[in-house]
Write a protein that binds this ligand. Structure first.
Ligand code: AGP
Length: 631
């Protein structure tokens, strides 16, 4: 396996390919719409009709491309490919939008990733007289493919043959999809360290960056491995080889959600729908993992009991919201298993040479399973012989595929860029991993585990209760829409919840926000509080360990004394906070370690409402992509 070297950039582009009997123009455009959530700044498509390739492309959102297509429709076709581009090499302009054509117009290519040796390859093409029409690295692949195609022996899979020849010369991370005017029944794609899935319908075949691209047509999918080339042909179906032409049997799987799951279903935003789906997502993630007596059965964890007993250190590695899930997991994992746990952002992990060996368990948390920083951390951990367990939502994605063991969350598709149900189900999965380890290592009595399992089973209802009371939070959100800064305070597991609340607000509402450990406030941050500064405080249960509850109540008084407008999240029955709360948000009583599952929900709703009131695109915030496949 060849991993891209440190510092590699890639693109988070969306890719769609289709060969079948339907109108490819419609299928490809619809696929691109479903991939919009990935984040992009230009779009394009190509079809093969009457022995010629025709393309249309435009900078900006899909609506711009649709206008181009309305003015100058592509010819009717049953084979096509489409692309949404998130620019890295070359600005987000019409000419840099994909697809890119070879100089003779015979081959069209779309690409996700970075071809790192493109400068040398471009110089070589230019030396041969090729004139480049864009500033992208992608275009070299189109020219090289046309040349390799011309040199390939005549036969059935000439385009696939040419793709293998080209891929052997490319360095970096890439998914490429190509079509040739001379092969109107075939699309060929290649994959290295960038996502690509194949969909198999009834006499029709699809390619997608993820299954959302084709879920409206089929749930049957094929997983592609590293350094593989796939040919989809109207008659021959799906053929997979490695870059040297060796035959490969792809893994088949059925996507366990349907097209309706990827629709807004009457909500204004995907994010609102996904927030509302959280009780079900938690229940689905618990389903099948808990035995009748509360015993845990995690059959996807393919590590032997002995290997699990040998673990003497755990690292949790993730990015963004998933990292916050890891921070919360540390409290539960250490408390239940007594194994030391370190939590680290994936982008830092491998660069500081962490101490890892066979008895280290590295838990990689990723909703998408494609986050490049997390993937690189995983590969580093495996190189150091550590065991890797992935907690992931996207079936068949790269991170679970490369891990020793996997625990899937069953949140269903998460379309909004801001993670909500992904986060809560990651927490639930972390709790399951902690209890599982405690069980296998004999750290807890059966009845203790059964009691925590019973608490876990109550979580869907508790989250539903929180959701039922969100009207006042929405009203509060509307009143905060003009705030310049909002601070979030928490202690113990409430501290990562504060970090997550601040992240949600930043990414959705573009308001400066920071999360603090409430106890740290007096060591500096309290200086920023002035008259009217909104401060959200996540209050631990009065039943929590030590006197942390009382200390947080004191922190609320401290910030209020300095003019803060206090927004307090506290459990039912906690009367101590009442005198100091300008706004009080009640959550159901929940055991301390599990409390983040309920206390996070009002923060999601708050950020969503503030962003919507400010007139922002809640589902696709500026500058962000859903799955960050760049390092
Ligand atoms: C969440 O709201 C963010 N958009 C982002 O931080 C995200 O959680 C992070 O990029 C990790 O993504 P992953 O879970 O797909 O790996």
């Amino acid at each position: 396996m060849r991993a891209p070297p440190p510092g590699t950039l890639g693109e988070m582009c969306g890719i769609v390919g289709y060969v079948g009997h339907q109108d490819a123009r419609e299928v490809v455009l619809e696929g691109l719409r479903r991939l919009e959530y990935r984040g992009y700044d230009s779009a394009g498509m190509a079809v093969v009709a009457d022995g010629a390739l025709t393309t249309a492309k435009k900078a900006g959102k899909l609506a711009n491309l649709e206008k181009v297509l309305a003015d100058r429709p592509l010819p009717a076709a049953t084979i096509g490919l489409g692309h949404t581009r998130w620019a890295t090499h070359g600005g987000p302009t019409d000419r840099n939008a994909h697809p890119h054509l070879s100089a003779d117009g015979s081959v069209a290519v779309i690409h996700n990733g970075i071809i790192e040796n493109f400068a040398a390859l471009r110089a070589e093409c230019e030396h041969d007289g090729v004139e480049f029409a864009s500033d992208t690295d992608t275009e070299v692949a189109a020219h090289l493919l046309a040349a390799a195609y011309a040199a390939a022996p005549e036969g059935e899979s000439r385009l696939a043959d040419a793709m293998r020849t080209v891929c052997r010369r490319l360095e970096g991370a890439f998914t490429l999809v190509a079509s040739s005017a001379a092969e109107p029944d075939t699309l060929v794609a290649a994959r290295r360290s960038s996502p690509l899935v194949v969909g198999v319908g009834d006499g029709e075949y699809f390619l997608g960056s993820d299954v959302a691209a084709f879920i409206a047509h089929t749930r049957e999918a094929r997983e592609l491995g590293q350094d593989q080339v796939v040919e989809i042909n109207r008659d021959r179906g799906v053929t997979v080889t490695d870059f040297d032409g060796g035959s490969v049997e792809p893994t088949s799987y059925t996507v366990d959600w349907d097209a309706a799951a990827a629709e807004k279903g009457g909500y204004d935003w995907f994010m609102l729908k996904e927030i509302a789906e959280q009780p079900q997502a938690i229940a689905d993630t618990l389903l099948g993992r808990l035995g009748p007596q509360g015993e845990l059965a995690l059959d996807e964890v393919r590590l032997s009991d002995q290997e699990l007993r040998d673990i003497d250190k755990i690292f949790v590695v993730a990015c963004g919201t998933a990292y916050h899930a890891g921070l919360i997991a540390k409290y539960a994992l250490e408390h239940w298993t007594r194994i030391p746990v370190e939590v680290e952002v994936a982008s830092e992990f491998r660069y500081r040479d962490p101490v890892l060996d066979r008895s280290t368990l590295v838990v990689v948390i990723s909703q998408s399973g494609e986050t490049m920083d997390s993937l690189m951390a995983l590969r580093h951990a495996k190189d150091q012989r550590a065991r890797v367990l992935a907690i992931c939502n996207a079936n068949g994605s790269t991170i679970p595929r490369e891990s020793d063991a996997v625990l899937y969350t069953h949140a269903g598709p998460e379309i909004a860029v801001a993670s909500t149900k992904g986060f809560l189900t990651q927490l639930v999965a972390c709790y399951l991993v902690g209890l599982f380890l405690a069980q296998v290592r004999g750290m807890k009595f059966e009845d203790e585990i059964a009691s925590i399992v019973a608490d876990l089973r109550r979580l869907p209802e508790a989250v539903a209760e929180v959701l039922a009371r969100m009207d006042s939070v929405r009203e509060l959100g509307r009143s905060l829409a003009d705030a310049n800064t909002i601070l979030f305070l928490g202690r113990h597991v409430g501290f990562p919840v504060a970090l997550e609340g601040a992240l949600k607000l930043k990414e959705l509402a573009y308001i400066h926000a920071e999360g603090f450990a409430a106890g740290e406030l007096k060591h500096g941050p309290i200086a920023v509080i002035e008259e009217g500064t909104p401060v959200v405080v996540i209050v631990p249960s009065p039943r929590s360990r030590g006197s942390v509850h009382g200390k947080v109540v004191s922190n609320i008084q401290e910030v209020r004394a300095r003019g803060a407008r206090t927004i307090v999240i506290a459990e039912e029955g906690d009367e101590d906070v009442v005198p100091y709360a300008d706004h009080l948000i009640r959550v159901p009583r929940t055991p301390t370690l599990l409390a983040p599952v309920v206390t996070t929900v009002p923060l999601q709703v708050l950020a969503c409402e503030i962003a919507a009131t400010r007139g922002l695109d809640v589902d696709q915030p500026r500058n962000l992509a859903k799955s960050v496949t760049v390092e």
